[in-house]
Design a protein around this ligand. Structure first.
Ligand code: HEM
Length: 185
């Protein structure tokens, strides 16, 4: 096989190996932390942290549902999109640091089971996409509370964003639950 072909093909493989080595190093470092030791030795810590994680999930998903159902014209049609957004968007963002903190504690309990788990990596990708769609809907409303009501094209766009948002958050919940059932590499 020509040499240059060998080198170009091995580039993605080299990147994968490098990423896997970095992940191994992070897992080894996390395993040695006090947090990991506490999560593994004190019995009630994992279920307690999982419970807080699930409560934070409920706290994020409820306002997402309120906003997206209004954007789809299903719920609270008597209320303007701008007022629904102002009321519920803050409740989408503040539980995220709680999810991150509890998520990191759950990762520390079994780093290699989570960090090298394709479902966990998928979940993090979905979370970035969901945050992007949520911001994409929220930012124009900060400048103009009736931004999404101005014309038919914007109404269509925001309905598509609401469908994307609902699908992404539901997919994140499925991925969160499936982490435990899929083996990492
Ligand atoms: C912000 C970053 C987040 C991190 C780092 C994170 C991390 C994790 C980890 C490590 C687990 C445990 C998996 C296991 O060992 O079984 C988990 C479970 C879960 N996560 Fe997250 N998560 C995050 C955000 C979210 C969000 C935004 C949602 C949903 C809106 C979510 C929903 C779930 C669910 C439903 C479970 C399963 C809980 C259970 O049944 O015990 N997570 N998460």
């Amino acid at each position: 096989m020509p040499r240059d072909l060998l080198v170009s093909q091995s580039a993605p493989i080299r990147l994968l190996n490098k990423t896997s080595h970095i992940l191994d190093a992070v897992c080894t470092w996390l395993e040695a932390t006090t947090l990991s030791h506490t999560m593994k030795t004190i019995e009630w810590t994992i279920p307690a942290v999982q419970t807080v994680h699930i409560l934070a999930v409920a706290t994020v998903v409820t306002p997402v549902l309120m906003i997206d159902l209004r954007l789809l014209g299903i719920g609270a049609r008597e209320l303007a999109i701008g007022s629904i957004a102002n009321r519920f968007f803050p409740y989408v963002w503040w539980p995220l640091p709680v999810l991150l903190a509890t998520g990191i504690a759950l990762i520390a309990a079994e780093p290699s089971r989570t960090l090298k788990n394709p479902i966990f990596l998928l979940k993090m990708g979905l979370l970035i996409a969901a945050a992007g769609v949520t911001l994409g809907c929220q930012i124009p409303l900060r400048r103009d509370a009736e931004f999404w009501d101005r014309n038919a094209a914007r109404r269509r766009t925001v309905r598509l964003m609401a469908i994307a948002s609902l699908s992404l958050w539901i997919a994140i919940i499925f991925a969160g639950r499936w982490i435990a059932y899929v083996q990492g590499s």
